[in-house]
Design a binder for this molecule. Sequence first.
Ligand SMILES: Cc1cc2nc3c(=O)[nH]c(=O)nc-3n(C[C@H](O)[C@H](O)[C@H](O)COP(=O)(O)O)c2cc1C
Length: 442
Amino acid sequence: MPATRELHLNVNLLGGLGEHPGAWRWPGTDPLSFLHVDRYVEAAVVAERGTLDAVFLADSPGIVQDIHTLPPYNGLEPTLVLTAIARATERIGLIGTASTSYNEPYNVARRFMTLDLISHGRVAWNAVTTYNSASARNFGGTEPTREQRYSRGNEFVDVVRALWTSWQPGALIADEVTGQFADPDRIRPIEHVGEHFTVRGALTLPPSEQGYPVIYQAGGGVEGRDLAGRTADAVFSAAVDEQDARTNAAAIRRAALGYGRAPDSIIILPGLRTSVASTEREAVQRREALRDLADQTGVLKGLATKLRVDAGALHLDHPVPPQLLTEVHGPAGPGEDTLLRQARQGSTVRELLRAFGPGHLVAVGTPEHVADTIERWFSSGAADGFNLMPDTLHDGLPDFVDHVIPILRRRGLFRTGYRGTTLREHYGLPVPVPARPVALAG
Ligand SMILES: Cc1cc2nc3c(=O)[nH]c(=O)nc-3n(C[C@H](O)[C@H](O)[C@H](O)COP(=O)(O)O)c2cc1C
């Protein structure tokens, strides 16, 4: 870990388009970006120009949005897109999401280690337990309970990590003279027999330049924080309120402490939705122009899903009917705690949409204003940085890189060049030391 705290910034590539639901209709934007890997690669090249820590891809194995008016953010499979990005970039980290509820650990371990080897140690796996019935319908139909999802998720991460360390130091020999390729005694079957998985084997692959991929977790609630505290190097969180973000970060760090880990070793990055322009007024106008392109029915459905209410019951200029809110079975994430609170306090649906959108902090304004927001949350301990969500990748991301990053650099907050080549080096995380098998000495 570096002695001083460092600011970390990823960019969330969201369908190759950007965060705003109007982005796919924005002038100059390729409306089919979600299908075109070149759009993702172009954005990653811009992000690398800004020395961002990583690009980030969310995922869910099902159509979760209103496809009538919105392109899917999760069309192309993340590790395949990241492989293309790996070949077109040199330093930037590559974070891919894979669900622990709808995958098998051996496949995830192998896929992400393959990508980590291809990219020479630039990868992170974002482990999510996935809460949506659209995905459940593609895997047998019934949605697991939260308890089942987290029980499986915890075991899943343990199996993946065990597989990633199944090749011990010295396992790979490749000595052309003696003809010995590997030491089978140092390739250790993990022999895992648990409640959810039975996995005997070792992985087909040795460790990468960074040991193995960085582990991310994205999820709210007590169970999500517990999973993060136990297993994650970094967390993608959601918060719109600075105090909520601080409380959430403190809870994750407490969970880590409970597992004997250094609380500050976990990097906590909330989402930050940005619209940048040279004046405050232009930035607001940009946001309004994007809003005019976004179909409000789709946006309304998104809010209704978060509140677990029927979209048909929501009217823009009225509060959410309070009798519906009492039926909510508990919020999913920290951003949603605040959303629910404000809905209960009687904010209109329009006000809720403006303030929350997809549940992340919004910064609309001049580059200085956006840099101030980042600095404020970083300095107060509400965040170690952000998973940036520019309104559009087409011009919103280049504007961020060309106008906000230089301010952060001038303030001494952000790197001017990459220190190393691996994602662990960008994050100041040590290379994990794999457990040595008991039978092996030295
Ligand atoms: C910031 C954030 C990002 C998330 N990204 C994804 C994602 O890309 N794919 C996914 O399936 N679930 C994602 N989730 C959902 C979580 O894995 C989890 O299912 C959700 O937070 C519901 O909370 P719970 O599991 O604690 O009930 C995300 C959650 C949060 C808070």
